[in-house]
Design a protein around this ligand. Structure first.
Ligand code: 5GP
Length: 190
């Protein structure tokens, strides 16, 4: 692997509903030169989600096989229900090719990547306030009340972890936060 290639890996984490997915979508649409890892998950697809683009939607047995085969760079049970993991090989291939690469994962996953690839840059996406985070989670309307409660309690723990990260980006406006993240992935004038 060329010297410094791995420094192009940025790991983006942050509390639920802070807008990680929206930021990733902005990058996907506008910066095709940035590769975004596609995670495997046992969660069923939401309307509009496409297998192989938003996630690899896999069965419990398929996920087990990926874990047993050591095919995942990291994986975690997120919000106490479904499993999510980052397929290792595509990450290694893109970094070896020198592509800027982005992982959008949860805090537990970010900690695992930190121990396996400490040279990556760890970026925390923060909400402007707790109130705004609650508003976004309710406004999204994709979770029922029980799931929202579960996600808010995870979010409280996640917010407390900000100091573990190299950089914080506050997601006030999507375009601005996306630009700040792109500056980390594509340093230098564009
Ligand atoms: P959602 O179900 O809303 O798409 O995602 C739920 C959470 O799972 C988000 O916090 C997201 O960052 C996290 N997540 C997505 N992919 C991965 C992954 O590959 N590994 C880990 N650890 N978390 C992930």
């Amino acid at each position: 692997m060329p010297e410094g290639a791995r420094s192009r890996l940025v790991v983006l984490a942050g509390p639920t509903a802070v807008g990680k997915g929206t930021i990733a979508a902005c990058i996907r649409a506008e910066y095709p030169q940035i590769w975004i890892s596609v995670s495997a998950t046992t969660r069923p697809p939401r309307p509009g989600e496409v297998d192989g683009i938003h996630y690899w939607f896999v069965s419990e047995a398929e996920f087990d096989a990926m874990v047993e085969g050591d095919e995942l760079l990291e994986w975690a049970v997120v919000h106490g229900v479904h499993r999510y993991g980052t397929p290792r090989e595509p990450v290694e291939e893109h970094l070896a090719a020198g592509d800027p690469a982005l992982l959008e994962i949860d805090l537990q996953g970010a900690r695992q990547v930190r121990s396996r690839m400490p040279e990556a840059l760890f970026c925390f996406l923060a909400p402007p306030s707790w109130r705004e985070l609650t508003r976004r989670l309710v406004g999204r309307g994709t979770e029922d009340a029980e799931e929202r409660e579960r996600r808010m309690s995870t979010a409280q723990l996640e917010l407390a972890a900000e100091s573990e990260f190299d950089v914080t980006i506050v997601n006030r406006r999507v375009r601005q936060a996306c630009g700040e993240l792109v500056d980390l992935l594509l340093p230098g004038p564009r």
